[in-house]
Design a protein around this ligand. Structure first.
Ligand code: ATP
Ligand code: MG
Length: 470
């Protein structure tokens, strides 16, 4: 219902056009804004002005259209006229309040509606501006609102990240395999494509994921982590994609999922092989066109998230056995990193041991030999644990055979050959195995070994050194 007062207000709302100043505020405004107004001249001049200031502006002519748009996309700021033709601006505000995250709403009010505008603040509007609107004031209000919004967003992101943040150890590895992985990390970091990391348990998949994020252009944003094995399917769904209020029992409020929270950053999906078929389909969709849907919602949202996934299951096999979607596998496998188990890169062991003991510790030679020759079914994590344990047991700052777990202390030279599945080995490791076997066959006699390999003693020394074979 229109009062004569508000009609008058509308006539008065002729805009004062002030050319955009080139001030400091106009730099770095990175925000999505929705202008809701049924007056064409206001929409046009406001949106032209704000776009020139670097803001992404979308226009809506009525409340219904505004609500549809905010269903599909998270706007940072909404400029909402209190008086729009199809529904009261206050009603629109109440609906926007149910959005999670709620945009910052700036109400526009005329002479007869200022009291309502004040009320709207109580209802959760961020600010109001009275008509006639000066565009530079509007711009300032938008920037302030978006700064507040940005802070809230960072807070929400930190809350997710904080309790998952662990101290990051040095990432080391001399072996040709690890050196190649470091090169691949650099190359993949520059891209925004998804990455698939495969490797046995404890090989350093999470470390690789963190390294990729940290070397990428998104490094200043937080890395989000989710572990698919830790959550039941429906919880995982709502953690990843969010849910609407009432989507299931217990969904008392709408909640954005990690894909929305991590928008603009990297999401690390750990134990990716554990995802159910339905979730694999949702993930494929968001990888293909950046769209996703909250649980219990029919509207699509658009997000831009870089996905890094890790798994220790044999995905090729899962695909053959139809346990894992082939299309998703191929989509993820474009940038793939396979981390070899520790027993196939024992050239890394000295450096890892040093990294885990610290400089002020010494490690007995016979311990180091055992470490180098052991098969490490638990990979780097097992080595790290063995060293932590040894440091507790050791007297001085010196690790002896008595301080390491029995299984390792009693292991012998054969294990690497027994455990090595030849088809898994790269050329370099095959070479290593070849040298190692020749050395064993010749009872560690260097002259004989060199002869049997057809190389001179000096070359043999170099190889033994390179492969950390004593
Ligand atoms: N190359 C490395 N240099 C230093 N530390 C490493 C290296 N690789 C692994 N680690 C350490 O070993 C432990 C296991 O690594 P991480 O958690 O990344 O393995 P993972 O492959 O994710 O294991 P899981 O499959 O069990 O989740 C971590 O404490 C990690 O810091
Ligand atoms: Mg892990």
């Amino acid at each position: 219902m229109q009062t004569s007062n508000s009609v008058k207000t509308r006539k008065n709302s002729k805009l004062q056009r002030i050319p955009p100043e080139t001030n400091a505020l106009s730099k770095n405004v990175d925000l999505d804004l929705l202008v809701v107004n049924d007056q064409l001249d206001f929409r046009q001049s406001a949106s032209r002005y704000l776009k020139r200031m670097g803001i992404r502006v979308v226009e809506a002519t009525c409340g219904e259209e505004a609500l549809n748009l905010t269903d599909k996309k998270n706007f940072d700021v909404v400029i909402l006229d209190i008086h729009i033709s199809d529904m009261n601006g206050i009603e629109v505000l109440k609906k926007l309040r149910e959005r999670a995250p709620m945009p910052k709403v700036i109400m526009l009010a005329g002479g007869g509606t200022i009291a309502n505008a004040v009320d709207s603040i109580k209802l959760g509007a961020y600010d109001f501006i009275t008509k006639p609107v000066q565009l530079d004031n509007l711009f300032r209000a938008v920037v302030l609102a978006s700064e507040k919004k940005q802070l809230e967003k960072e807070n929400a992101q930190l809350k997710v990240v904080l309790h998952r943040h662990e101290k990051r150890p040095n990432f080391v590895g001399d072996s040709p395999a690890m050196q190649e992985i470091f090169r691949v990390i650099e190359r993949t970091a520059a891209s925004d494509k998804p990455v698939l990391i495969q490797g046995e348990s404890g090989t350093g998949k999470e470390l690789v994921a963190r390294a990729i994020h940290q070397s990428s252009p998104l490094a200043d944003k937080p890395l989000f982590v989710i572990n698919c094995a830790a959550l039941a399917e429906h919880l995982l769904d709502s953690e990843l994609f969010g849910h609407e209020k009432g989507a299931f029992t217990g969904a008392v409020a709408a909640k954005p999922g990690l894909f929305e929270i991590a928008d603009g950053s990297t999401l690390f999906i750990d134990e990716f092989g554990e995802m159910s078929g339905a979730l694999q389909a949702k993930l494929l969709r968001v990888l293909e066109d950046g769209t996703m849907r909250r649980v219990g919602s029919i509207t699509q949202r658009k997000v831009k998230v870089r996905v890094i996934a890790a798994t220790n299951s044999d995905l090729e096999k899962d695909v053959r056995e139809k346990k894992f979607r082939e299309d998703l596998y191929y989509r993820m496998n474009v940038l793939a990193i396979k981390i070899p188990p520790l027993r196939m890169r024992n050239g890394d062991i000295r450096q890892l041991v040093k990294a885990f003991t610290g400089d002020d510790w010494s490690v007995d030679d016979d311990v180091m030999k055992k470490f180098i020759n052991y098969s490490w079914p638990g990979n780097v994590r097992q080595l790290q644990n063995a060293i932590e344990r040894a440091k507790v047991l050791a007297d001085e700052n010196r690790i002896e055979l008595a301080n390491i777990p029995q299984a390792i202390a009693e292991s012998d030279f054969k294990e690497i050959t027994e455990n090595a599945n030849l088809s898994d080995l790269d050329l370099e490791s095959l070479n290593q195995l070849h040298v190692l076997q020749a050395y064993q066959r010749c009872s560690k006699n260097k002259t004989k070994t060199a002869k049997s390999l057809g190389i001179n003693r000096r070359s043999l020394y170099r190889l033994l050194e390179k492969y950390s074979i004593e």
